[in-house]
Design a protein around this ligand. Structure first.
Ligand code: GLN
Length: 274
């Protein structure tokens, strides 16, 4: 056993390495490898020390905590994460909240650019809807498949380019969701050190960040069932531009804010419900 010193030592190592919230991350590391009880007692088992030190070393080198742990929580559910797939962000839970308000076990749902599958898996768990998840890249697709299995939900994974709306012929959707890559060229040049470990293919949305919306919205609007909607996550300055793309595609857009007060989702309705 070692004393409470270990937590203090990790906190100060992470702080010197420029980690944004060293207190939180040091506690997470202790909790992950020594158990929650170690946080209460301050006692860390000797056997846990090598793995803790290895994790701290990787974190000091800039790797995100989520990749080091290999698992992260979204909407209270576990998801495998690692190199090659975007880490689920808390603000994306807004899409699952929208699904929870409006969908049920009779609904059919599509998620585009699924990555880990955090959106369709959490929607399937929360609503019981029949969910399809589309992902193109090999590494991300294998995380998607593993996360469907981990959570034990019948989400159908489809390996395809989300811009190709000829997939799943004959199915129409009560809701289509997407958290596509939406960072601009300028934002890509000033990414935080941790985010630089994530795949650019999951982050970069072209010069103005809007490339995927320009492709996905007109392609998929016509695949919505009557009364259906298309909800996309956006960067906080993209609301007006994405709403216009929804209008151009014949949908009625609403901009929805995240709990931090930033514009985060544009929801395009097939029917005017304002
Ligand atoms: N929200 C992510 C970030 O801030 C970007 C995710 C995305 O492009 N869909 O890094």
């Amino acid at each position: 056993m070692v004393s409470r010193e270990k937590l203090r030592e990790i906190t100060s190592t992470l702080a010197s390495a420029g980690v944004f919230d060293p207190v939180f991350e040091a506690r997470e590391i202790i909790r992950e490898y020594a158990g929650a009880s170690a946080l209460m007692t301050g006692e860390v088992r000797e056997e846990a020390l090598p793995v803790i030190d290895a994790a701290v070393k990787r974190r000091v080198a800039g790797e995100p905590l989520q990749y080091i742990f290999g698992q992260w929580e979204f909407y209270g559910l576990p998801f495998y994460v690692g190199r090659g797939v975007l880490i689920p962000r808390p603000e994306t839970e807004l899409l699952t909240d929208i699904a929870a308000q409006r969908l049920d076990s009779g609904s059919t749902v599509l998620d585009l650019c699924s990555g880990t599958g955090c959106i369709p898996v959490s929607i399937a768990v929360r609503t019981g809807a029949k969910c399809y998840a589309v992902e193109l890249y090999d590494e991300a697709f294998s995380y998607l498949e593993r996360n469907i299995e981990l959570n034990g939900v019948p989400v159908t994974a489809v390996k395809a380019d989300a811009r190709d709306s000829s997939i799943l012929p004959g199915v129409s959707f009560d809701a289509i969701f997407s958290n596509p890559p939406y960072l601009t060229e300028t934002e890509m040049c000033s990414l935080m050190r941790e985010v630089r470990h994530e795949p650019p293919s999951a982050l970069y949305g072209g010069t103005d960040g809007l490339d995927f919306y320009r492709a996905l919205i007109p392609a998929w609007a016509g695949r919505l069932a009557p009364g259906g909607f298309l909800a996309v996550e956006i960067g906080e300055t993209q609301g007006a531009a994405v709403a216009q793309l929804m209008t151009d595609a014949g949908l009625y857009p609403r901009i929805i804010k995240d709990p931090a007060g930033a514009d985060r989702v544009v929801c395009g309705e097939t029917a005017d419900i304002s």
